[in-house]
Design a protein around this ligand. Structure first.
Ligand code: LRH
Ligand code: MN
Length: 388
């Protein structure tokens, strides 16, 4: 069994990035239910993200989405984040809402429209220069709805050309994270539908291009931890967009729908010694809190990742290796299940107390009065959302 001090040190070093858009209004095509106290701008989103970090101790960065988080002066926004004890993280591009991108953005048959899309991606790199962000996260809604609508191969050529231009613009310490998604909003082909397509483009581009795994973007039954293990081995895993789902891209709280899957994913991370920030994996949340209170939901999500990580860290790696080596199928499975079945919450409460934090961050949030304050203060103006 790993020494508790090792486990606690690894937990203390855990870093989870929260998404600015999860603090704002979101919903489905049926309805977006506004909530009282929701931020009206990136400044207020960052203030909320800072509360999550203050209470959990392990969420020091906030991902931005452009243009949802557009501001005049990104340097000022970065300073605002610093004043609140957090930093700006990945910059997410958005080439999925402009009417011009109906038939595609970087894959559009129209050169003028491809140019427009690439210019947006290049602008996001300019923003990274201003915020000091390392990661450019690219997700393309690009695809087709009917067979014959466009050439699958030609769209891949256009995609590769656009990625190459953006890749060559990246600074020495900057990276691109290419996110894939099986379907939606396109319902016949999606131009980056799976990990293999992302991996192939990233390999063609170079070391600064890595794959982003959004846990809600796979066909039902997909073994995501296999993808994690494969990409880690190939040194091509750059990031996670953590959430959970029962059906499709539900964007529910990570660990809510399938905590065992999250544990299996973190087992692959821990056994590859890839939890340390130096390993370069960005652990981000990408969620929408359509009906539940947003800040407590994000706190709960950070704790869900922490719990899954703690369970993965207490796996008796030696016993597991012995059982695997000797072909002891049940024995090996039992080692993992012992860890998964262990209640790590008492240890995590101690880890938080050792860090000077309230052992129960969700209760601490409720007792803080912050929710009442923002509901009273944030009256008037326009609540932030996806603007869809
Ligand atoms: C696409 C996605 C992508 C983001 C968006 C908010 O489904 O996962 O990561 O840009 O959600
Ligand atoms: Mn995502």
């Amino acid at each position: 069994m790993p020494a508790t001090s090792e486990v606690r040190a690894a937990l203390a070093g855990q870093r989870i990035e929260t998404p600015s858009w999860a603090y704002a209004n979101s919903g489905t095509r049926f309805k977006v239910f506004p909530q009282p106290g929701v931020p009206r701008d990136p400044w207020e989103k960052i203030a909320d993200a800072a509360v999550v970090h203050r209470l959990t101790g392990i969420a020091p960065t906030v991902a931005l989405h452009i243009p949802w988080d557009e501001v005049e002066d990104y340097g000022k926004l970065a300073a605002h984040a610093e004043e609140h004890g957090v930093a700006l993280g990945a910059i997410n591009s958005n080439v999925f809402q402009d009417p011009d991108f109906k038939l595609g953005s970087v894959t559009n048959p129209e050169p003028r429209i491809r140019r427009k899309a690439i210019d947006h991606l290049l602008k996001c790199v300019d923003i990274m220069d201003a915020t000091g962000s390392r990661d450019l996260k690219l997700w393309f809604s690009d695809g087709t709805n009917y067979p014959g609508q466009d050439s699958i191969r030609a769209r891949q050529d256009r995609l590769a050309e656009a990625l190459r231009e953006v890749y060559d613009r990246l600074g020495p310490d900057q990276r691109m994270l290419l996110e894939y998604k099986l379907f939606e909003p396109a319902f016949y082909t999606t131009d980056v539908p799976d990990w293999g397509t992302s991996y192939a483009h990233c390999t063609e581009l170079g070391d600064k291009a890595t794959v982003c795994i959004d846990t809600g973007h796979h066909a039902p039954g997909t073994n995501i931890e296999f993808i994690v293990a494969f990409l880690l081995r190939a040194n091509k895993l750059g990031a996670f967009d953590f959430n959970s789902r029962f059906y499709a891209d539900d964007d529910l709280m990570v660990g809510a729908a399938d905590p065992f899957q999250l544990f299996r994913i973190m087992h692959e991370i821990v056994s590859a010694d890839a939890l340390r920030p130096e390993a370069g994996i960005a652990f981000m949340l990408d969620q929408c809190h359509n009906i539940e209170a947003k800040i407590p939901a994000i706190i709960r999500s950070v704790l869900n990742v922490q719990e899954a990580t703690a369970k993965a860290l207490i796996i008796d790696a030696e016993a597991l290796a012995d059982a695997q080596r000797s072909g002891d199928v049940l024995g090996a499975n039992a080692v993992l299940m012992d860890a998964y079945s262990t209640d790590v919450r008492p240890m995590l409460r101690e880890v938080r107390a050792d860090a000077g934090l309230d052992p129960d961050p969700v209760a601490a949030y409720r007792a803080s009065g912050y929710q009442e304050r923002i509901e009273a203060d944030r009256v008037g103006g326009t609540q932030a959302g996806w603007g869809a």
